[in-house]
Design a protein around this ligand. Structure first.
Ligand code: SAM
Length: 244
């Protein structure tokens, strides 16, 4: 397994700088899929749940929602949104039983730095699915790595409670995008410094499909997703089931 990609103090600026805006965009896709394949109540699992943004959405639709994330700091922020939260790795889910709907959102699976890790994550997710379960996830479109992660200027955002800068680089040969996240945020009344590095791997669509198959999953829907209405595909969004 490759190194952990758990988020640290970045968690305290995450919602305002990135998470809420992305969830506002992806919730439309989630609502459409839930409408197309209705399920009465049921169990929802959010893998790499981060600050738990997706969990009230599912709870509000009658699901009992559980979140798993590697970062205890992200989970601390999630506590205001959800009760069932577990620290754990996507590649070794600390769970038994099955869930009717599973999500893994905002390119969390691009943190799997080896194709074998991605296949392992998918096989763990398949392990907690039954024949009627569905797994909904997005990953970054491969073209955005050279374009967006290769940009010279850092991403900068700020508000009264945070200042965030994300400087990125992309190495085509390794297919790895690296981010240096710096700034500060107010957490429980105190100003905390943010300085952490994260790495993502760019996956071609065919690599994602191959890892799904290796993990025992198959796509039933695939969408090119433009969350920011920029006129380009930024994410690939999949709806999958367990292979029969
Ligand atoms: C971009 S955030 C997305 C969070 C959330 N899914 C959302 O939509 O806002 C990526 C998350 O993946 C988590 N993560 C990274 N590697 C992980 C792993 N191996 N197992 C579990 N969580 C992981 C990080 O801690 C972080 O919370």
């Amino acid at each position: 397994m490759s190194a952990s990609e758990s988020y640290g103090a970045f968690a305290y600026a995450y919602d305002q700088a990135l998470g809420q805006r992305y969830f506002r965009a992806v919730r439309r896709l989630l609502a459409e899929v839930l409408q197309r394949y209705p399920v009465e109540g049921g169990m929802h699992l959010d893998v790499a749940c981060g600050t738990g943004l997706a969990m009230p959405f599912f709870a509000g639709r009658g699901f009992v929602s559980t979140g798993v994330d590697l970062s205890t700091v992200m989970l601390r922020v999630a506590r205001s949104r959800a009760a069932r939260l577990i620290a754990g790795d996507t590649r070794a889910l600390p769970l038994r039983g099955t869930f009717s709907r599973i999500t893994c959102l905002y390119d969390s699976l691009n943190h799997m730095l080896e194709p074998s890790d991605l296949a392992l994550a998918f096989s763990e997710i398949a392990r907690v699915m039954d024949g009627r379960s569905q797994f909904l996830f997005d990953m970054n479109h491969p073209e955005i790595y050279p374009e967006v992660w290769g940009m010279k200027e850092p991403f900068v955002d700020e508000g009264p409670d945070f200042h965030l800068e994300i400087a990125t680089t992309y190495r085509r040969r390794e297919k790895l995008g690296r981010a240096l996240v710096t700034g500060w945020a107010i957490a429980r009344g105190e100003r905390v410094a943010i300085r952490e590095r994260h790495t993502q791997r760019c996956y071609e669509r065919d690599e994602i499909i191959a890892a799904l198959a290796a993990g025992g999953l198959e796509p039933i829907e695939e969408h090119e997703f433009d969350p920011w209405f920029e006129g380009r595909t930024v994410k690939l969004f999949f709806v999958c089931r367990k292979k029969s």
